[in-house]
Design a binder for this molecule. Structure first.
Ligand code: NAD
Ligand code: TYD
Length: 352
């Protein structure tokens, strides 16, 4: 048996593939377009691993996907491929529409055709798992209950709107064609291989190179943070035992205001790698112009996943964030590689 993983050279996809192959011998075919966010180095430890095949390509390339499905006959397709950064979606939504909506549609079509030709047993065992986000639910007020699977979709950014559209397509392919789908909606992830355009790795990187630590608006926006390996574990569990056509919210009950996250990062860095001038990294904090349409609060109610599938996160925010800082401190070569070229152009445009 084999699984096909899309977006496997990105942050969560790479963690998923690495964890999968450290726990299973079931082979993985990886499909990734290698956009600015995808990096072969993330899967570098698998270069000579016979269980892993990397293919560079687009989920929207129907011929390529069809060929991969007929050649490798995966028992499951896990779709991590996406444009994923809210700020980039504000500067340029087109790529988000192309990959997250059109790409997911083309992938679903190729998978549906393949699946419909399978024998009855393989058909029943097949799964299409779509990895999505809590951002499709919109923004919460300070005292609202956390998002459950029953919340209505109210996406506010081009990113979350494009993810919402992809979730609806996945749902419709189950309802209309019977495709055996599963969807996960997870809160903000953090951990190894996180591209330093997102808050946590950006702050660690800027702190270490002596640059300002940009906080949008008043820094009181709340995100619900989950260590990436706990997300990967939840996806494995949903793949194994999730009810077809259903969605599962994934989160670790870790709501934090952005300013508190940044303070925590500065304090850990002060301990692990103090500034040479003896001052605290907190001195680098700079409040900057807010993101347009910035969602105030996200929070996930993961009760369903915990109760029905027995999943629980292994890390608290305190343990996960320290592991993350240590990973970045020990992997400065990786940071140097991914922060060259196009990354600098992005930083110049966003933080000018
Ligand atoms: P990422 O941006 O780090 O990685 C995305 C990967 O997809 C990259 O390797 C990129 O090259 C690839 N890709 C982009 N367009 C493609 C295409 N057309 N065809 C094939 N590959 C393509 O993103 P991530 O943070 O790893 O997120 C993975 C998935 O998880 C996304 O669907 C995202 O919406 C979802 N998600 C992310 C978070 C988070 O906090 N990062 C939280 C919840 C859900
Ligand atoms: P981000 O990591 O981009 O994830 P998302 O927007 O998908 O939640 O941002 C997390 C939070 O941090 C969000 O409220 C925006 C904020 N933020 C900053 O304050 N400064 C920054 O430089 C970045 C990138 C994000």
């Amino acid at each position: 048996m084999t699984i096909l993983v899309t977006g496997s050279a990105g942050f969560i996809g790479a963690n998923f593939v690495l964890d999968w192959l450290s726990e299973h011998d079931e082979p993985v075919v990886s499909l990734d377009k290698l956009t600015y966010a995808g990096n072969r180095q993330n899967l570098g430890s698998l270069v000579n691993d016979q269980r892993h095949l990397f293919v560079q390509g687009d989920i929207g390339d129907s011929d390529l996907v069809t060929e991969l499905l007929s050649t490798h006959k995966p028992r499951a397709v896990l779709n991590f491929a996406a444009e994923s950064h809210v700020d980039r979606s504000i500067h340029g939504p087109e790529d988000f529409i192309q990959t997250n909506i059109v790409g997911t549609f083309r992938l679903l079509e190729a998978v549906r055709t393949h699946w419909s030709q399978l024998g009855e047993t393989e058909k029943a065992q097949f799964r299409f798992l779509h990895v999505s986000t809590d951002e499709v639910y919109g923004s919460l007020g300070p005292t609202d209950p956390a998002f459950s699977e029953q919340n209505k979709y109210e996406p506010n950014s081009p990113y979350s709107a494009s993810k919402a559209a992809s979730d609806h397509l996945v749902r419709a392919y189950h309802h209309t064609y019977g495709l055996p789908v599963l969807t996960t909606n997870c809160s903000n992830n953090y951990g190894p291989y996180h591209f330093p355009e997102k808050l946590i790795p950006l702050i660690i990187h800027n702190a270490l190179v002596g640059k300002p630590l940009p906080i949008y608006g008043d820094g009181q926006q709340i995100r619900d943070w989950l260590y990436v390996k706990d997300h990967c574990c939840a996806i494995r569990r949903v793949l194994e035992a999730g009810e077809l056509g259903e969605t599962y919210n994934v989160g670790g009950w870790n709501e934090k205001a952005n300013i508190d996250v940044v303070h925590t990062l500065c304090d850990i860095l002060d301990e692990e790698q103090p500034r040479t001038d003896g001052r605290t990294y907190r001195d680098q904090i700079a409040f900057v112009k807010d993101r347009p349409g910035h969602d105030r609060r996200y929070a996930i109610d993961a009760t369903r996943l915990e109760r029905e599938l027995g999943w629980k996160p292994a890390e608290t925010f305190e343990t996960g964030i320290r592991k993350t800082v240590r990973w970045y401190l020990s992997n400065q070569d990786w940071v140097t590689n991914v922060t060259s070229g196009a990354y600098r152009e992005w930083v110049g445009k966003q933080y000018a």
